[in-house]
Design a protein around this ligand. Structure first.
Ligand code: GLO
Ligand code: MG
Length: 381
């Protein structure tokens, strides 16, 4: 029986902000006490977590002096080194301060747009100092409720201008290998957020000055909030080499941003996402952007941390079982026979006498395959 003990080689990561969350919500106050970000690093490291994600402001208050900033960076690096950890993403908090209420990169006010860019530049500098290679842009305030007030055409141009501006900074500083990513989300905290899905974000990336340097962080909850299939979203990002990060969590479709512990909703979809990243050999961190339930106290947060990783490891084991299961594999072999066949030239194809009725009689085995998948997940196979 596997122990499901997380190893550093599993590359599990958590956002500092997820552990720092005190359980406040729009309707009620905190349920757990604050925790220092440096202690979050150490406590995660002790539990087998390999990486952290963060906003620069999670660690360094915007009001910090230069000396304080240097001290915090030095101490964070020490805590990570002590625990054999790495920083996999350092973004910017351009959503908490009221100045961003009507947008950061897409505010009408040029000073607000510049302030947002200044925060992003700072996050890249901090990320470099912490050994990170990614700035994940989650622009939750860049959106609208009142469509009369903001032109989407203009907003899209500002987003492009902002991304190009950050890229030229990376180039100018010589931050080789440092990359940008868009983390799409359909809504919350705005009624609508610009670039709501993977497809929208890929469309914008293709228009950047250096599209090869900008990718995606796909989050399970965000795809499900848009009513989409996360497995398909992650696959599309992988297929074009754009999956720069992945946020594992859980969410009931089409609702407020729930960010629940990994696996707490739709185990089957979670299974297929794990199968996808494992089978394709995707090398990124398995990052949990999930939050302990708002009812949990500080101690239970560590149960939540271990639980997310344990569920991932159990699903990974199920993936191995699925890939080795003789009946499942025999069905897949039959189903997929001919999948790799290339298309004939147009004139040749026109001459083929297809028997549509015979083709329609090909058995697809979906009933059995789905049953076997369910039984495997339910532990009776
Ligand atoms: C919010 C997002 C957010 C991002 C984070 C990345 O819904 O998921 O937590 O992942 O800002 O830096
Ligand atoms: Mg996220």
């Amino acid at each position: 029986m596997a122990s499901y003990q997380p190893q550093k080689s599993d590359k599990f990561a958590f956002g500092l902000w997820t552990i720092m969350n005190t359980g406040r919500d729009p309707f009620g106050e905190a349920t757990r006490e604050r925790i220092d970000p440096l202690d979050v690093i150490t406590e995660l490291g002790k539990r087998g977590v390999w990486g952290i994600e963060m906003h620069a402001e999670d660690l360094i208050p915007p009001t910090a002096t230069a000396a304080e900033r240097d001290r915090l960076i030095k101490e964070a690096n020490k805590r990570m080194a002590d625990q054999g950890m790495a920083c996999v993403n350092c973004g910017a908090n351009v959503f908490a301060h009221p100045v961003y209420k009507d947008g950061a990169l897409t505010s009408h006010d040029p000073k607000v747009r510049q302030l947002a860019l200044q925060r992003y530049l700072n996050s890249i500098d901090v990320g470099v100092a912490l050994g990170s290679k990614l700035c994940d842009l989650w622009w939750g305030r860049d959106g609208a409720e009142v469509d009369a007030a903001k032109e989407p055409l203009e907003a899209i141009k500002w987003l492009r201008e902002g991304l190009n501006y950050l890229q030229s900074y990376i180039d100018k500083q010589g931050y080789t290998g440092y990359r940008l990513a868009i983390e799409p989300k359909p809504n919350e905290p705005r009624g609508d957020i610009y670039m709501p899905t993977v497809g929208h974000a890929l469309g914008l990336i293709a228009t950047l000055n250096k599209p090869e340097n900008c990718g995606l962080v796909v989050e399970i909850a965000h795809s499900r909030m848009a009513g989409l299939n996360t497995y398909h979203d992650v696959a599309q990002a992988i297929e074009v080499g754009k999956l720069f990060g992945c946020h594992f969590n859980a969410q009931k479709p089409l609702r407020y941003d729930q960010d629940q512990r990994f696996g707490s909703e739709d185990l089957k979809e979670s299974f297929f996402v794990v199968k996808l990243v494992e089978d394709t050999g995707w090398q990124g961190a398995r990052s949990f952007d999930a939050h302990a339930f708002r009812s949990s106290d500080r101690e239970e947060v560590w149960d939540f941390v271990s639980g997310c990783m344990r569920t991932y490891l159990i699903l990974k084991e199920k993936v191995q079982k699925f890939n080795k299961d003789p009946e499942i594999q025999a069905i897949l072999k039959e189903l997929r026979s001919g999948a790799g066949e290339p298309l004939p030239p147009h004139d040749q194809l026109k001459k083929i006498a297809f028997d549509a009725d015979q083709l329609a009689r090909r058995r697809l085995h979906h009933e059995r395959l789905d049953q076997l998948t369910q039984e495997l997940l339910l532990g009776v196979r």
